[in-house]
Write a protein that binds this ligand. Structure first.
Ligand SMILES: Nc1ncnc2c1ncn2[C@@H]1O[C@H](COP(=O)(O)OP(=O)(O)O)[C@@H](O)[C@H]1O
Ligand SMILES: [Mg+2]
Length: 339
């Protein structure tokens, strides 16, 4: 008997879904390595605590940064660790299905497959992220009816129009949650002459950030280093500043959505107007982003239930189709399109 597992190998979060059990693991995709011995010290949450706080001999890395494998060895070991943890023993090798960004190249695809196989998978399958996101959002994608999915993760935003289980038009850009954080860092630096860290920027984004003005403005107190004196300094930020601070990455995402709409066949545009746009991924939780997108496109826009787990749930559900797919490394949605 072999186990089937689905992995959402996200740039910010890795989620593992085991058939019959649901999501068994959800950890930040961060690995801490001892550079002297090349050993993995920590993976996941504990490694995340170390980001930006390590002494010289330790490095804490986010090996997937922009949505694909940028540091192959580290990704391999992280996958190994998560697959082992999800499966217990590897006496029976699992079949593994992994979701990847739709913009992935064949070389990158190969890297993911090899990493999973070396990590102990009996067979590895790939599914494109937007397809998994749509399944996870509870959309019936088997019908000849168009749906638009906007998945905003840490490293990439995937915009796709899906119909009959395949991607009709799509675009993947390297602007997502991380770029929101970077924009906040730049803003605080420009406006207050203070340097803040990535984790502080993320906290600002989650607590007071937004693409739209809040009815009740919020404030937050953060600490950074004054670039003039070089000393610690406290800054008070207001949520009203955020749409300005975040304008650049938000505009890039909205433009990407518009460019996909422009390339969508007219019949499917009608469907999307009826069905609305569905957003998934942690980045979709940015306050007011749904409202801004609805406002610009004129299309009803909603955030899916459980936006962060959506892709993993969809990846897991697609395991039910594995039995009809030939063995070996295949890309499910691409194969469906070829049929
Ligand atoms: N409440 C929130 N508001 C805004 N951004 C959020 C919120 N919660 C999580 N995020 C952001 O979502 C991103 C991670 O999303 P996720 O879907 O887990 O990414 P990935 O699929 O790339 O692993 C991070 O940039 C994180 O800061
Ligand atoms: Mg994701």
């Amino acid at each position: 008997m072999s186990k089937d597992i689905g992995i959402d190998l996200g740039t910010a979060t890795v989620l593992v879904y085991v058939k019959g059990k649901g999501i068994v693991l959800k950890e930040p995709s961060v690995v801490a390595i001892d550079r002297n011995t090349d050993r993995i010290l920590k993976v996941g949450r504990e490694a995340q605590m170390m980001l930006g706080r390590t002494p010289g001999y330790i490095t804490a890395i986010r090996p997937l940064r922009d949505g694909v494998i940028s540091q192959y060895d580290v990704t391999l070991r992280m996958l190994q660790y998560f697959i082992r943890r999800a499966c217990g023993s590897l006496l029976f090798k699992p079949r593994v299905i992994i979701c990847v960004p739709s913009g992935i190249t064949e070389v990158e695809e190969r890297a993911v497959i090899d990493a999973a196989t070396q990590a102990g998978a009996k067979h590895t399958y790939l599914i494109e992220e937007p397809v998994a996101a749509a399944i996870g959002a509870g959309i019936d994608i088997s019908m000849p009816n168009g749906h638009m999915i906007v998945d905003i993760g840490g490293g990439t935003t995937d915009v796709a129009v899906i119909s009959l289980q395949g991607i009709v038009v799509s675009e993947s850009i390297k602007v997502a949650g991380d770029k929101f954080d970077e924009a906040i860092i730049r803003y605080v630096r420009r406006k207050y002459n203070v340097l803040i860290g990535e984790r502080t920027a993320e906290e600002i984004k989650i607590k007071i950030g937004g693409a739209w003005q809040r009815e009740e403005p919020r404030t937050i107190e953060v600490k950074g280093r004054c670039l003039v004196q070089g000393l610690p300094r406290v800054v008070h930020l207001n949520s009203m500043e955020m749409p300005d601070a975040l304008e650049e990455p938000i505009t890039a995402i909205v433009e990407s959505i518009c460019s996909v709409i422009e390339r969508t066949p007219p019949e499917l545009i009608g469907d999307i107007l009826n069905n609305g746009i569905v957003m998934t991924g942690g980045g979709s939780l940015l306050y007011g982003l749904d409202r801004l997108i609805a406002n610009v496109t004129g299309i009803r826009t909603r955030v899916a239930d459980h936006p962060v787990s959506c892709v993993a749930i969809g990846t897991g559900k697609s395991l039910d189709h594995i039995s009809v797919i030939p063995e070996g490394a295949v890309n499910i949605s691409r194969q469906r399109q070829q049929r």
